[in-house]
Design a protein around this ligand. Sequence first.
Ligand code: GTP
Ligand code: MG
Ligand code: ZN
Length: 368
Amino acid sequence: MAKKQIRAKLRKNRAARPRKTDWTRRFAEDEEGLADEVAVERISGKGELTRKRTVTLSRDEASNSAVDSDLIKGRVLRVDGLISWVAEPQGEVHPCAVRRVLKSLETDARHVVVVGDFVQFRLSSEGEGVIEHVEPRQGILHRTSRGKQHVLVANVDQVVIVASAAEPYLKPNLIDRYLLVADNEAIQPLICINKIDLVDPAELLHTCGVYAQMGYEVLLVSASTMWGIGHLRSRLADRVSVFAGQSGVGKSSLLNAVDSQFKLDTGDISSANRKGRHTTTSAQLLRLQIGGYVVDTPGIRQFHLWDIIPEEVAGLFRDLRSYVSLCHFPDCTHLHEDGCAVRAAVRDGCLDERRYASYTHIVESQKS
Ligand SMILES: Nc1nc2c(ncn2[C@@H]2O[C@H](COP(=O)(O)OP(=O)(O)OP(=O)(O)O)[C@@H](O)[C@H]2O)c(=O)[nH]1
Ligand SMILES: [Mg+2]
Ligand SMILES: [Zn+2]
């Protein structure tokens, strides 16, 4: 009876998540381009073969139950080259390699396994694992490197957009870009302005007010004085949050302040240009003592919005979009047209001028 149940479960898994569907969906999200689509075709073929092989194995009841019970569910905490560090639900962490079939995919698609992935792995007697399966992803943050898209972290439900009030100086346009990514990916954004010990908080009132009016939550914090850290901590409990923002704004410092068990490296601000020094070099998932996870990420150098075409930008600007339907031309770009309701709203003081400038800047950059 027990044996029968094990076999049924194995078949059900295979039927419910054919490899082809998983990878196709992931590639649709990643939009890696034509080369990778070809890879999908090829890999889906391999997926069919793999399934058949498993079915053959499943005829042998003894090995079948061994295969089934060998697969362990886990979550990827960190990726160091070819080794992924995977945590079991109970917290035990194992170094894992990636199965050969998945690795051959890696040459085309680069990151087969990324931080935050839910995986299934098989453990050897030496305590090392092999990742056999990667679950479909939701809530992805990516960055650009040498003109290519790299998934930084997967399966997050909140992005903490960290900026600093000074050193480096506040760049609201960068906050706007992150907000676009968050809204586009349906990840909850939280704006966190650090280093308020360096300025008079009154200077930030206007900027914060503009975001608050759009329904975004803004926290003013200082990792140095611990101002606002309790509030930030309460926003992180029982969630999976990724800390994102320019180098040197204090992402790692804030995480060290939030949880005393973290000992993340933090770096000085260069005295020459007031920029950070890219202290954090890779993303990692950290378990919070209060429950939930946080992901520290390296400061992003170039920031291109991957999946967003210029025509979509206005729809992702919460304040602009209510005026869009009032424009004279249905295909209005809101950049120069007469009869543009967005431009009229800026002139009338109903729309923040800086937000509009940020909109035009993003649309222009997405054209190139
Ligand atoms: N005055 C002040 N300095 C801070 C505060 N938070 C962080 N710093 C300083 O800012 C510098 C950079 O902090 P990090 O935490 O390394 O910044 P990061 O965002 O993690 O930078 P990368 O890892 O390079 O992306 C360090 O010298 C910190 O001591 C703060 O609230 N106030
Ligand atoms: Mg850091
Ligand atoms: Zn318009």
